[in-house]
Design a protein around this ligand. Structure first.
Ligand SMILES: Nc1ncnc2c1ncn2[C@@H]1O[C@H](COP(=O)(O)OP(=O)(O)OP(=O)(O)O)[C@@H](O)[C@H]1O
Length: 275
């Protein structure tokens, strides 16, 4: 029998364990991830941040086996993902990426219901869950009958999030999930997502370029550079400078701290505020 690493999650910690993982491309010339170890505890939301090409997406994909490491191992609830059939593993892990490929010939409702159908849900239950998901991502119910080409980029992105979490997976991997959204929707969907994440006890790894979003949404921020982890701590510790001495991390964490100060100052002054 094929092992199913997330069929029986227990309270054992860490829930996801990335152990000394390395991955390179082009016959070893391009090192994407270099000897990375990371523990993710059940119920936590961890943000992966770092410059372009720092290895965030590659690392994320080792969890649902879109990428298999050259060296090292990923375990979910103690079971190596290498023992799972990739299609079964992916069906049990929510995955959202920017520009997510909705099925163009399928209406929104059917796109959201893909995993539910694969799991054999009854029509009534599917209909109810689709309606709940549309509410969650703040789209009117009559969008259920639309095709993806009838939606804006941001609306498609919201359907991508709805599809990924419709079956309430225990693990959700998000790669720039809120990237195509306007700031108001981005903020609102980010908060709704965090609420659902907590309500349903999901465990989320989220790649984002927005450090402010990471600080506001995540329990922990992992900063990557050149395939390695530079820092891994709570937003508070990193913003207070106690999480890392690395100058890149300090510069990165200065951004939300200074923005928060400038916005707080705006509330008490007239006119532009400079940091
Ligand atoms: N399929 C691939 N084939 C060859 N090289 C790849 C492949 N995927 C990623 N890379 C390379 O691996 C490195 C890490 O890429 P990765 O996408 O993991 O970084 P990232 O931090 O997610 O970047 P970004 O923020 O720009 O999305 C980069 O140098 C990239 O060019």
């Amino acid at each position: 029998m094929t092992a199913s690493p997330i069929s029986n999650p227990s309270a054992s910690v860490p829930y996801i364990k990335i152990d000394a993982v390395s991955k390179s491309y082009d016959g070893g010339r391009n090192v994407a991830v270099s000897n990375v170890s990371l523990d993710v505890h059940q119920g936590s939301l961890v943000a992966l941040v770092g410059g372009s090409g720092s290895g965030k997406t590659t690392l994320l994909k080792t969890i649902n086996r879109l990428v298999d490491p050259d060296v090292g191992e990923v375990r979910i609830d103690g079971v190596p993902v290498s023992e799972a059939e990739p299609p079964m593993l992916r069906r049990s892990i929510g995955y959202v990426f920017q520009g997510i490929g909705l099925f163009p010939h399928m209406r929104v409702a059917d796109n959201i219901a893909v995993t539910l159908r694969l799991r054999g849900w009854q029509a009534k239950a599917i209909e109810a869950r689709v309606a709940e998901m549309l509410d969650m991502v703040d789209l009117p119910q009559d969008y259920a009958g639309r095709f993806p080409h009838m939606l804006s980029g941001g609306q498609r992105q919201r359907i991508g999030v709805a599809r990924a979490i419709a079956a309430r997976p225990r693990i959700v991997l998000m790669d720039e999930p809120l990237g195509a959204l306007d700031p108001v929707t981005r903020d609102s969907l980010g908060s709704s997502y965090r609420e659902l994440h907590d309500r349903f006890g999901m465990t989320t790894l989220m790649v984002t370029h927005d450090i402010q979003e990471a600080a506001l949404m995540a329990d922990r921020i992992v900063v990557m550079k050149n395939g390695r982890i530079l820092a891994d701590d709570t937003p508070h510790a990193l913003m207070m400078g106690s999480g890392s001495d690395d100058p890149d991390v300090t510069a990165l964490m200065e951004v939300p701290r200074r923005q928060a100060e400038r916005i707080a100052a705006l509330a008490t002054r007239n006119g532009p505020v400079r940091a």
